[in-house]
Every structure is written in C-alpha cells, then in structure tokens.
Design a protein around this ligand. Structure first.
Ligand code: ADP
Ligand code: ZN
Ligand code: ZN
Length: 744
C-alpha cells in the first residue's frame, strides 16, 4: 500500500479491568485501511501491562489528548470470534447487571482465548498406528528402543479400544522425550497424526423413542407450530412425565432443519446419563461444556460449536455464551434451578440471558421443570410465556402419597422419628430402596461442652463449625476454615463433648448400624470429592446394590432410580422460617421433585416429611393442593411484600475487615442515591447481612426495590459508576447484584 497521510483512526476497547468505561486507542497506520470489526481481540498497553481487550467500535474522534493516547499493539483476530449475537448479548448484559464491560466480555471468552494469541491451535492432535502391528515391524524397531517404546504405547492404546489414539497430554503422562521418536515413526509411516474433534458422535446402539402420549404429542405439536419464531415455552411436567422425550422430539425436528441446539442443565444435573440419552437418540455431533473440563477441552468444544462441527451443545451456566451460528432452539432443563445464577463477579442469570438470546435470534426457547420458578409462572399468568402441561407420569404410575410426620414430643434417633424408621424397615423388607434427604453435610452441625455450654464457633464467621467425624475435623462451611476436632472444651477443659444435631454423615452411620444387612450410601459433596466417586455411587444406587441412599440436594435432580419406593425429607423446619425469601419456594420444589423419585417402576411409592410444624400453611397447601396452588399463594405473598417477581430487587453488598467501614461506605452510597429523585424506588439500609461476619469480614447491604425495572436502571447507571469514588470505597469490597437470587 502506498504511503499516504491518512486520517487517524480511533477504536473503543473493552479492557478486562474493574472500571465502568471503555478505553480509546489509536489504530496503528500499519493496519492500513482495513475495517476493524467489533468483537476482535487486540493486545493493548494498559498501565504497565499488556492486556487482551475486545474491540467495541471504531470512532472518528476521541477526548483523550494526543500525548495520552496509546496505540493498539497487535490485532489478534481477523473476525469476531464470539459472533455478533453474543457480543450484542454481552453489551446488553454488562449494562443490565451493571458490570464492567471488559470483565463481562472476559467472563464469556473461553479461558484459553484470554491469554493465547492464536485462536487456531492444533487442537486435539492425536497419533495412532497406520496398520495393525506385525512381528516384522516390531523387529525393525529393535535397534531404536525409544521408537519401539512409543510404538508399543500406541499399540496398547489401540488394543484398549482407544481407537482415537493418544494425544500430547496422554503421551506426557506415559513417557517423556517422545517428540523425536514420534517424528521418526511418522517419517517411517508406521504412525499417523489425526485431529479428533471434541465431539461425542452419535451412538450405534441408538434407541427408539417410546410411543408418546397425548400430552407429549400436544406439547410438541404446539411448540413446533411456532418453531421459526421467538416464543418462550414453559414445559411444566411432573417428574417422570417425559419432558426429556419432548426435548428429544423437538431436537430431532430442529436437526432435520439443519439447526444447532443449546441445552442448558443445572450444575449438578449434567449427568452422563442425560448426555447418553441425547447421543443414543439423536443423529448429531454433541459437545458438553462444564466446569470439570480443562481449559483446552472447553476451548475445543467451544470451537466445535462455533464452527458448526457440533450440532448440539449440552452445558452448564456459562455455556450460554457459546457461539452457535445456526442456533435454532434453546432448552433450559430444570429452569427453576439456582445454579443458573452466577453468584460472584459478573452476576448474570443464564436463564434470563438465554431468553434474551432467543428473542434476539427470533427462535423458540423451552423452559422445562416439574416445579417452574415463580418468575416463569408469573410470565405465564401474564401471557408472555406459553405453558404446556404434562400431568401424567409416562409410566402411568400414580404419584406417591405424601405424609407428614409430626416430630413434636416424639423420641428421635439422630433426628429420625420412630415412625420413619419403621417405614424404612418395611420398605427394605419389601425389596424397596429408600432415599433420605437432609441439606446438611458432615456429622453434626456443632460440638458442645456438656459441662459449660461452650460451642464450636468459627473464629471468622457468625456460624458454628461443622463436625466431620470421619476426618475428626471441624469445618466451617461458610469460610472453609478447618481445625482438628477438640478432645476437650476450649473453655473449661472438660472432655464431656456432645455432637449436637445430625448431618448426612451421622445419619449414614446410624442407619448402617440399624440396618446392617443393607448397604447405606452417602451422596454429598464430601463423599463424592474423588474422581469417579459420584459415578460409582450412582451406579450402585441404580443397580440396587445400595439399599439406602442418604444425600443432600445433589440427589434431588436428574437421577432416575427405578427401585426407590420411599423418599424421606428430614429437615423442613429450617426452610419454613428462613430469612431467605426464596426458602419456601425451594422447599416446595425440593419436596415436589423428590416425590417424583419415588415409585417410578413397578412398586408404588411413599413420601414422608418430618416437621415440628405439621399445620404450617405451606406444607398443608403443598400436600393437599400441590405445587401449582402453592406457587399461586407464594406469588401473592411475594407481591404483598414487594418482592420478585412482580417487584424487582437490586442489592449493593459491601464487606470490610474493619467493622465500621462497610456501613460507612453504604451510608455514603445511600446519601449519594438520595441526591436524585428516587422515582418509585424504595431504598432500604444500610442493614447488616443475615450473617454479619463471614471469613473475617463484616457484611452489610442496601436493598433497592421497585416495580419498574426502568427506574431502577436509571438510578443504577448514574449511581454505580460513582461508587468507587466515594471516600470510604478504598477500605471496602462492594458488589452490585441485579435480580439477586438471595439476600445473604
Ligand atoms: P422427565 O424428564 O419428565 O423426568 P423422562 O423424559 O426422563 O421424564 O421420562 C421418564 C421415563 O419414562 C424415561 O425412562 C422415559 O424413557 C420414559 N418415557 C417417557 N415418555 C414415555 C412414553 N410416552 N411412553 C413410555 N415411556 C416413556
Ligand atoms: Zn466446657
Ligand atoms: Zn467460617
């Protein structure tokens, strides 16, 4: 290109940093007169570092004085890797959740791309033998022992049925210095290199769909009738009513149209079983995306979706940002689940963003649940969403009977009532399997001195430390602190220490003693920490080897145990009187969901709920009229209290090491907000958080409440960017949470 004096060019860049603004940079003349696309990654000088930022737009003028203006160092991509729709979604989301744009974009980018220039690495290069091994080949390598060793490794991999060969990671774990012998073997054409995409390919043992029932057919027909346009469909089907079959049928139709599909599942719902079902039934390349994968694996999956090699993505929350150029349908399974809300950093709600993404793209979205969130039910009431009901269980078995067990003045064994134990015995004798839920890990929630009343409090939180007997340790479940369990009281030295209350570990222990013939299996975060442990436990539960399962809510979803005949919910009272405004909704969802786990196969099921408050209206409504009636009542209560979904909430949370810094900052923030007219907004606080001290920090908050999202955002857009300039800001950590999931 001939040298010429061209006008200077400026670009607005979102740089990953906690500031609520974009930064202007000069586009170097070496870039010529090519257009620079929004979404392209660039490397820019920022303070003393170089960071990877994202181009938002080119502009013709800048306010930055010429001597301050820096130049872009490198342009890393030729096109927007995220795709225009994702970029648009993120621009909206950063504004809506009032989060620094650079950081929001960074969150959405695969970790691999945040630090690597090259967006086309040789992903998943594998090596394998070119032909079955012969004695002759082995002989020919006798004098090159390193080559022979490598050759034999690849041969062993082929034998193990790993026909996909081995990649660099696999070779690194098996041997070292393999690059040179690899090259030699490649030259001799004894081995070859190939790229295995990160895809799970359709399985040969494909399964036939069952003959669908009328309700399923009706739902599919109604959704497909609008499949070229945007609509939100709530598939409200009781557990075991065949929602997944509805998803599969919709996917089939979309795949036939050449479309891509995104399926979002809750964090702990991404069971291999679900993936398996999609693979067995659909003729599609599938990728999964979840937090247990490493950065490179995630990038490979992301890449396959972006390049249309994968037709179906099954993933957890952050998969909402996966580029899918031919996206035709989004499915959100268990849409009521809390794990769709990111609880730190960029606090988005993946379900809500999915709805927006579907709207922008003019495609349908399906929200499936046995217990839809009050948000979704409200949208159905207001006719913004379409509801489809599956009221019958696919196996035609009736829903189990739910009974309350009144704990008042009953003799309890580690928190279990006599009547409950008798029922467990009875079900085991009839070859049934039993499932017990308690939302408390560990052996006991606290230890107490029987002589002076001293309790094991966390030094850093307003909370007790949980006793874990197996490891003989105390753990704080709020800050992670650990210490050996004391043999003597810290205060009076007595060794008369009691374990108060019961968690999963204690109940497992007790039931194993009580029913020695039956295998008791505990499924919670502690017992499934080791790789493969969860899978192993689920398999044993499935096969019936474990007769009693004790677990936290990890067990509530996604798992289909056909032999469960008795489900027990052990601790309901906490939720009935919780300060968390969603606690009642969660309890109702849990009870409804787990009830669906009982009596799925040949045997009828029973559900028992322990409580000290059998007359509580929530339990009564749920028992006698079911979840929909409960939801209606809960919605009215929320509305009366000015809570979501009719009203909207924003929380400004703040924490500080110094007890007074957080309330001081929040008072300054409140005073600032009151400088402008708070139209139809109620501002509460500063008030201490329900758990005021946590991990050594004092926590306080301000809550904003309004019926009008618009008004809240008008305030937020003006207010939040100024917060970091408040005098007290330097001594605190604060964060803003729009549509908070809880107020803790
Ligand atoms: P959900 O997702 O609502 O819990 P699933 O789709 O997993 O329900 O279905 C529960 C079980 O019933 C599965 O084993 C499924 O194969 C089976 N099933 C679903 N629909 C039918 C049907 N129409 N006829 C027979 N079995 C069905
Ligand atoms: Zn004591
Ligand atoms: Zn703690």
């Amino acid at each position: 290109m001939p040298a010429q004096i061209s006008r200077p060019r400026f670009v607005k860049i979102a740089v990953p940093c906690p500031l609520y603004k974009m930064f202007d940079y000069r586009l170097p003349a070496t870039f010529g007169d090519h257009t620079i696309q929004p979404g392209v990654r660039v490397r820019v000088p920022f303070g003393r570092q170089k960071l990877i930022g994202i181009v938002i737009e080119e502009v013709s003028t800048t306010d930055v004085p010429a001597n301050k203006l820096k130049s872009i160092s490198d342009v890393l991509d030729s096109h927007n890797l995220l795709g225009d729709d994702i970029l648009k979604l993120l621009l909206w989301a950063a504004r809506y959740y009032v989060h620094p744009l650079g950081d929001a974009l960074q969150t959405a980018l695969p970790v691999y791309l945040r630090s690597n220039d090259d967006a086309t690495p040789s992903l998943n290069e594998h090596w394998r033998l070119t032909q079955p091994t012969t004695e002759e080949t082995q002989q020919s390598l006798k004098r090159a022992p390193k080559q022979l060793r490598l050759y034999q490794l690849l041969q062993a991999a082929a034998k193990n049925g790993t026909e996909s060969g081995l990649d660099a990671d696999a070779l690194n774990t098996r041997t070292e210095n393999w690059r040179a012998p690899l090259k030699a073997l490649l030259e001799k054409q004894l081995i070859e290199s190939f790229v295995r995409p990160a895809l799970l390919t359709p399985q040969n043992d494909s399964q036939q769909a069952p003959a669908l029932n009328d309700e399923q057919i009706e739902a599919i027909k109604n959704i497909e009738a609008h499949r070229q346009q945007h609509a939100v469909h709530v598939v409200n089907g009781i557990t075991g009513s065949g929602k997944t079959e509805v998803y599969l049928a919709l996917c089939e139709a979309m795949l036939a149209d050449g479309k891509q599909i995104l399926v979002l599942v809750p964090e702990i719902g991404l069971t291999p079983q679900l993936t398996q079902r999609f693979l067995q039934r659909l003729n599609a390349n599938v990728v999964v995306l979840h937090s247990a994968m490493n950065d490179k694996q995630r990038y490979a999956a992301w890449h396959a979706a972006a390049n249309k090699q994968a037709q179906l993505v099954i993933g957890t929350r952050s998969s909402i940002f996966t580029p899918l150029p031919d996206l035709g349908l989004i499915i959100i399974d268990e849409e009521h689940d809390g794990s769709y809300k990111q609880q730190d950093g960029f606090r988005y709600n993946a379900r809500d963003l999915a709805i927006l993404r579907a709207k922008n793209k003019n495609i349908p979205i399906v929200l499936g649940s046995a217990t839809p969130s009050l948000e979704s039910l409200n949208n159905v009431n207001e006719q913004r969403y379409h509801a489809h009901f599956l009221r019958k269980r696919a196996n035609k078995k009736p829903l189990p009977k739910i009974q309350l067990i009144n704990l008042c003045s009953q003799k309890l064994y580690e928190g279990l009532a006599d009547g409950l134990l008798a029922k467990i015995k009875q079900h085991l004798e009839q070859q049934g399997q039993v499932l017990l839920f308690i939302n408390r890990r560990g052996f006991a929630p606290l230890l107490m001195c029987h002589d002076c009343g001293w309790t094991t409090n966390c030094q850093r939180c307003d909370a007790h430390m949980t006793f874990h007997k197996r490891r003989n340790q105390l753990h704080c479940h709020h800050c992670g602190s650990q210490r050996p369990a004391p043999e003597n009281c810290d205060e009076c030295g007595s060794d008369n220490i009691l374990a108060i209350g019961a968690g999963t570990e204690r109940i497992e222990h007790f039931l194993q003693e009580r029913f020695p013939e039956t295998q008791v299996s505990r499924i919670d975060r502690d017992s499934t920490r080791n790789k493969g442990a969860l899978q192993d436990k689920l398999e044993k539960a499935h096969s019936g080897e474990s007769g009693i399962l004790v677990g936290t809510q990890m067990l509530a979803k996604g798992h289909d145990f056909p032999n469960i005949t008795l489900v027990c919910v052990l601790d309901t009272d906490q939720a009935l009187f919780s300060a968390d405004f969603r606690a009642a909704e969660h309890l109702a969802q849990l009870i409804t969901q787990v009830s669906g786990r009982a009596g799925r196969a040949e045997k009828p099921g029973e559900v028992l709920i322990q409580t000290h408050h059998p007359d509580h209206p929530l339990l009564q409504t749920l028992l006698h009229s079911g979840y929909p009636t409960f939801a209606k009542a809960a919605l009215q209560e929320r509305t009366a209290a000015g809570l979501p979904p009719i009203h909207h909430l924003v929380l400004l949370r703040c924490e500080s090491v110094d007890a007074s810094a957080a309330p001081t900052f929040l008072q300054q923030a409140a005073d600032l907000a009151k400088q402008i007219e708070l139209k139809d907004i109620d501002l509460f606080g500063p008030i201490p958080a329900p758990m005021e001290r946590r991990a050594g920090r004092y926590r306080h908050q301000i809550m904003l409440q309004s019926k009008q999202r618009k008004n809240l955002h008008r305030l937020l857009n003006w207010w939040v960017p100024q917060l970091q300039q408040l005098p007290a800001a330097r001594k605190v950590r604060w964060s803003i949470d729009v549509d908070p999931y809880d107020t803790f």
